[in-house]
Design a protein. Structure first.
Lengths: 390, 913
């Protein structure tokens, strides 16, 4: 609702010949603060808490905070330590801790620099189930042309029929294939050559992407506590996602009203369109603080959420016949080299070796190569087939 | 050669007086006209008024017999394009074409009355008398009845074309160091001693008149003012030239519509609010934002009144255009400091917009076409010279701009607005005047044939003015103003809704003015406003919608005030003004008031109880005095020093956590949680006129302090929130500034330069972290723009052709930037700096407009004019906003410029006579 209003405002600006240019403000030093994200999930599910620090705007990823002592404290004072699975990623042990609806939990962190942090107590929410996750073909207007693709929708109902607050995240995985698979890797430094054989030929990989938008919905103000046709994600035919087979895993978090308003505020901050009609941004206050220094800024939030997940697959065959799907290889070219010398220069410059060309008698007459993204699918994904892939 | 003061005299001609004949010997036949005039003037026969380049090469065509001077000159000028008029010892020679339109009424007699109706002979114009080096017309008022005075003189100052009263015109008596300004009725009252007094009558956009009044007894007089000969170059015209030095008012700006129309526009829409922003101390947060900020105040701290009725949303299209049709407006006054006691209810300023009155003499139509709108106005007398009506409308004439776009979303969208005004003026008797004004506006926006947004303003006022006698005057008004908006969406049948908001304002007020003597002016009055608000309701649309209806409880409040003020001349140099306004506010039921857990943050979760108040029951009340004081000390004839203090209280607030005021923002009444905002301001000003009043300058300094300023929690939900008090924070504001202003009003080149240095800060400290902003430290408010410079200039090349330009510079407004990023869930979130720690880049813009008037043929049916304007000539991409979007390639900052390229517009205006 608020979104619609914001859109109206910004649209009228665009209509009046507004122009938008990239702009990098000079903000000097960024504030270095501990960041905490993750939630404790209801039932026998592994929950993950990630610790990190803030990072500069131009950077892709921030530093992780490892070697911390992370514990979940329940309302009886029982403490359940978390295991550090990878740097900065801490997971619960489901044999010891199975969070129950109605109990309250707190997050406790002791970083290796000696600082102690704790969250507010959060009451565990009950889980609601995803009724249906489905995709429909859609054509939509974008700028001057139309964009076609599959729209993934979600229906959910609350079992207890209480007003529910939902947050979703998704993981998408898709099949990628290169036209000129490389047959070997030339390590120019050591001048060694490794031939790929069978499964190790990087021809088919599985690319993966995580949702970056904050997806929220609530049934407050609706007469029935169900969510129908919530648009989770639009998979466009312009990417190579739908070229062969695509899969999406949707994680549904049933959150408390308080948690929901935190995420709502986060969404507002992240999707600020920058018109004068958008709320003035502010630092988002989380529910975690330094026990000894309450003024230290700590960013992030700990919540105790109900959880459900659902995965679907979409095949290229699910699309109408006449729809063209990009595979990203349209501009791939196979290069020919007469000598190994030429090929080595090409490989050293970032190209990939594809194969040898022989004459009728088996004599090598030259070599073929292609740029890496056309020869090695690992530039886009992983070679190993994920467990869930069928 | 005499100064060209032709029009100045035109209205005093009286037909049919005899002239002596000139014998052939004195006719100087075949000599040049210049020689003839020189000879006549040397012989002290007549005074001639003309421009020397007009009569070059003309010769006298003599006659064989004695003929009158007029006839002689007429036959000499027969083949030229000149005309001649002889009045006693004054001869006026002027071009036939183009004839200034005011000439058509040039034979209008001046009317005045003597106190005794039997002796109502039209007298007045006697010999021009010689003062220093100019001959001034002498007007006698009354007849000598042996009294010595002082006498009370009442008078009207009106326009010569349609006899409309001119508000804020001045009459001054330089030798007596006294004067008066006309009130809302065009009436002034002065006390004068017996004898002859040099008098200067001035009104904005009108030629100055200077004459000698010979006062013999009490009496009345009427002056008719002629538009300045270079009417087009009347750029900004505050009230009379010396009145900015003489009046106790400071921080007041007056502009009339002719001057506003000269200024280059965006897309051809003449905009009074965008013009006000060019004045010192007035700014806005960005191009295309609604409203304006005065001395660091928020937009809702301005009271904008159109013929007494306040307007709640003064803009069309989210702020791109102001809600006022320029053809319907006569003038506006903007009070920034030393606000008189009759005004109240808002902290920062009062903008009083006066609708034009209809033509009292004949029916006239006018209109215009710009790329955005089509305007038409009709006006005329209901009863000649007594009552008139003016009706005008403006509408966007098509969606052609949108329809031309290739984007389907935009092509399926519609943007429309329209407004209509009507102003009825009835002269019930010589002493009673009734004005009925109506205004309605509508804005409609449909996005992709799905979501529609509509908003309306509806205003009406009935005003009755009565003059009891020359000392006592009253004005009583009944006012209604309403604003409402609604949003409708049909995209998804299950979430389709309709949302409505409404505020209604019912007001009664009565203002009285009493002048026991020329040294005292007492004003007093009272007023009461009943507010009724529907803070919002949402209803499902369509049978499949699952949206649950929600209706936020209505609010009702009564704001009342009584006031008294006195303006007193302590000595000819010192004038004092003191006022006391007592305002009281009551929130009335029915209302549910929640009780929150003590010692806990104000949150919906902490509600422990609630109290229900019945309809009309008192929920809470606030009251307090508002002191107003100002003084003027005249240093010399051209300079004065002024000082003022005022306190204002505001009971109605806009809830807006956006940078700019949006049409979806809601107004909120003061309640048990939200206290009235109070501001105190002290200001000092130095005023000086230069070059014989052709230029005026001022320096004003001020310091202000605001209590209970509103701010909001991060991510506050302000619409459809039954517990909206939990989102509101309150704090303190403080500001100071210096405003420099220099204006040239006469000559081919005119305009103004203004520079303001000002700061405004806010402090929000609460008990809990979420109720505190920036750790409780003072931070610059969003409207804090320390340096603000504007230049407005017009050069008049000829009577029909002029070029105007604007230059505007200001410091970029403060902004909160992201200073880092962090991971939250699978999203990357921005980590923001403290509020308003950074600034957007500075703002700079240059505009040019070329105005071409059609010729002013007297008998032409249609008068037309063209205006070509280029907005933002340099095409500078002034940032309106800086924002950040997280996409697949990380977070990218963008700069949004609204008018990031030169915008050229051609506008056509016409007038049908």
């Amino acid at each position: 609702m608020t979104k619609a209003i914001v859109y109206i405002g910004s649209l009228s600006l665009i209509f009046l010949m507004a122009c938008i240019d990239p702009f990098v403000p000079d903000v000097g030093e960024y504030e270095d603060a501990l960041t905490v994200t993750g939630s404790l999930l209801e039932g026998k599910v592994v929950s993950t808490i990630r610790l990190g620090r803030t990072f500069a705007l131009q950077e892709e990823e921030g530093p992780k905070v490892g070697n911390a002592k992370v514990e979940i404290v329940d309302d009886n004072g029982n403490r359940y330590p978390l295991r550090e699975r990878a740097e900065g990623i801490y997971v619960t042990d489901t044999t010891e801790l199975v969070p129950q609806k109605g109990s309250s939990y707190q997050l406790y962190i002791n970083t290796d620099d000696g600082n102690e942090y704790e969250s507010d107590f959060q009451e565990m929410e009950s889980s609601s189930q995803i009724d249906q996750l489905y995709a429909e073909f859609q054509e939509r207007v974008r700028g001057f042309d139309t964009l076609s693709g599959m729209q993934v929708f979600l229906d959910a109902t609350d079992v207890e029929d209480k007003a529910k607050f939902f947050r979703w995240e998704f993981e998408e995985t898709w099949h990628v294939q290169v036209p000129f698979p490389s047959r070997g890797d030339w390590d120019a430094q050591n001048n060694t050559f490794t031939y790929y054989e069978g499964d190790s030929i990087p021809v088919i990989c599985y690319a993966q992407n995580f949702s970056s938008e904050i997806l929220l919905e609530n049934t407050r103000g609706l007469s029935q506590n169900r969510v129908t046709r919530y648009p989770i994600h639009f998979v466009s035919t312009e990417t190579n996602r739908l070229w062969r087979r695509y899969s999406i895993l949707v994680k549904q978090y049933s959150v408390s009203e308080e948690t929901y308003s935190f995420w709502e505020a986060a969404e507002q901050i992240n999707e600020n369109l920058g018109t004068l009609f958008d709320p003035i941004p502010n630092q988002l206050l989380g529910n975690i603080r330094n026990i000894n220094d309450p003024d230290e800024p700590v960013l992030g939030y700990f919540s105790a959420d109900g959880y459900d997940e659902r995965r679907i697959f979409i095949d290229n065959l699910d699309l109408p016949d006449d729809i063209f799907v990009a595979n990203g290889n349209e501009f791939c070219i196979l290069d020919f080299f007469f000598t190994a010398q030429e090929l080595s220069i090409f490989v050293a410059g970032g190209g990939s070796f594809v194969g040898v060309v022989t004459d009728f008698f088996g004599n090598i007459v030259g070599y073929t190569g292609s740029i890496k993204s056309c020869a090695d699918c690992r530039t886009q994904g992983r070679l190993a087939k994920p467990d869930f892939w069928r | 050669m005499r100064p060209f003061v032709l029009l100045f005299f035109l209205f005093i001609w009286i037909n049919g007086f005899s002239q002596s004949l000139i014998p052939p010997s004195e006719q100087l036949a075949d000599s040049s006209l210049e020689v003839f005039i020189a000879a006549r003037e040397a012989g002290n026969k007549e005074s001639y008024f003309y421009k020397s380049n007009w009569i070059k090469g003309l010769t006298i065509k003599g006659s064989s017999q004695s003929i009158s001077l007029e006839k002689l000159l007429q036959q000499s000028l027969q083949e030229s394009s000149l005309e001649v008029k002889v009045y006693k010892q004054a001869v006026f020679i002027y071009p036939k074409k183009p004839v200034p339109f005011s000439l058509e009424v040039s034979t209008q007699k001046q009317i005045r009355y003597s106190p005794d109706d039997q002796k109502n002979e039209p007298i007045i114009v006697s010999e021009p008398i010689k003062t220093t080096n100019r001959k001034l017309r002498l007007t006698t008022i009354g007849s000598d009845q042996g009294e010595t005075g002082p006498f009370t003189i009442e008078g009207y100052i009106r326009t010569v074309e349609d006899a409309q009263a001119i508000v804020g015109a001045s009459i001054s008596f330089p030798n007596l160091k006294s004067g008066a300004i006309t009130n809302e009725n065009g009436l002034f009252t002065v006390q004068l001693p017996k004898g002859q007094h040099r008098s200067i009558i001035e009104a904005y956009g009108k030629d100055q008149q200077e004459l000698v009044l010979d006062i013999q007894s009490d009496g009345e007089i009427e002056f008719f003012m002629v538009n300045e000969i270079r009417e087009l170059d009347a750029v900004v015209i505050e009230s009379g030239k010396t009145s900015n030095v003489q009046s106790t008012l400071m921080g007041v700006s007056r502009l009339n519509i002719q001057s506003i129309k000269q200024i280059p526009t965006i897309l051809g829409e003449v905009d009074i609010i965008k013009t006000a922003i060019l004045l010192p101390g007035v700014s806005s947060v960005g191009e295309g934002s609604s409203g304006f900020n005065v001395r660091g105040g928020t937009v809702d701290q301005n009271l904008i009144r159109l013929n007494e009725a306040p307007i709640y949303n003064p803009s069309h299209m989210f702020g791109f255009f102001s809600a006022f049709n320029p053809d319907m407006i006569d003038r506006f006054e903007l009070y920034k400091s030393g606000i008189p006691a009759q005004y109240g209810g808002r902290l920062s300023s009062v903008m009083d917009i006066g609708m034009r009155e209809g033509n009292l003499r004949k029916w006239v139509g006018s209109g215009g076409i710009s790329p955005i709108t089509l305007r038409f106005t009709a006006e005329g007398p209901l009863k000649k010279n007594r009552s008139s009506i003016l009706i005008g409308g403006r509408t966007t004439y098509s969606d052609w701009l949108l329809n031309r776009l290739e984007n389907e979303v935009l092509r399926n969208s519609e943007v429309r607005f329209s407004d209509i005004n009507a102003n009825l003026n009835l002269s019930l008797s010589k002493k009673d005047r009734l004005t009925v004004s109506l205004y309605a506006s509508r804005d409609y926006f449909l996005l992709n044939a799905d979501t529609s947004f509509t908003y309306f303003n509806t205003l009406g006022s009935i005003n009755w003015k009565h003059i009891f006698n020359s000392r006592l005057f009253q004005s009583t008004s009944v006012v209604y103003s309403g604003y409402n908006y609604s949003i409708e969406t049909r995209r998804n049948p299950e979430t389709s809704f309709e949302l409505d908001y409404q505020i209604q304002h019912y007001e009664f007020k009565s203002d009285w003015s009493y002048s026991p003597s020329s040294k005292h002016q007492i004003k007093f009055g009272m007023g009461s406003i009943l507010y009724r608000l529907s803070p919002g309701n949402i209803n499902p649309r369509g049978p499949n919608s699952l949206v649950q209806p929600l209706d936020i409880e209505q609010e009702q409040g009564l704001e009342s005030a009584v006031y008294i003020s006195e303006e007193y001349d302590l000595s000819p140099r010192i004038r004092l003004y003191g006022g006391l306004r007592w305002s009281f506010y009551q929130m009335l039921g029915s209302q549910t008031v929640y009780d929150y857990l003590e010692g806990a943050p104000l949150q919906a979760e902490n509600i422990v109880d609630s109290t229900v108040f019945g309809n009309g029951q008192l929920v809470s009340q606030y009251a307090g005095p508002e002191f107003r004081f100002s003084s003027r000390f005249i240093l010399n004839e051209n300079a004065s020093l002024k000082m003022g203090f005022h306190r204002m209280r505001q009971y109605l607030h806009v809830l807006s956590n956006t940078t700019s005021f949006a049409p979806t923002d809601t107004w909120k009444l003061t309640d048990p949680f939200i206290r009235p905002q109070i501001s105190d301001q002290v200001s000092v000003g130095y005023f000086q006129n230069f070059l014989g009043n052709a230029m005026e300058g001022s320096i004003e300094l001020y310091v202000k302090r605001v209590q209970n300023i509103l701010d909001f929690k991060g991510g506050a939900q302000l619409v459809l929130n039954p517990y909206v008090e939990t989102e509101i924070l309150s704090g303190l504001g403080r500001g100071y500034g210096a405003e420099f202003y220099l204006r040239k009003k006469k000559g081919k080149l005119n305009g103004w330069i203004s520079y303001t240095y000002s700061r405004i800060f806010t402090q929000i400290t609460g008990e809990f972290p979420e109720e505190t902003i920036n750790r409780g430290e003072w931070f610059p408010a969003t409207v804090d723009k320390p340096h603000d410079f504007s230049l407005v200039g017009t050069y008049q090349f000829s009577r029909r052709f002029s070029v105007s330009t604007n230059v505007a510079y200001s410091t970029g407004r403060p902004i909160t930037y992201p200073v880092g990023k962090y991971q939250l869930g699978s999203s990357t979130l921005l980590s923001y700096s403290l509020r308003n720690q950074f600034r957007i880049p500075d703002y700079f813009r240059w505009d040019i407009a070329i105005n071409l008037e059609g010729n002013h043929k007297l008998k032409k049916l249609v008068d037309s004019s063209w205006s070509l304007s280029v907005y933002n000539v340099l095409g500078r991409r002034n940032p309106f906003s800086i924002f950040f979007v997280s996409g697949t390639s990380g977070i990218q900052g963008y700069r949004l410029s609204i008018f990031g390229r030169p915008i050229t517009t051609l506008t056509y205006n016409f007038k049908i006579k």
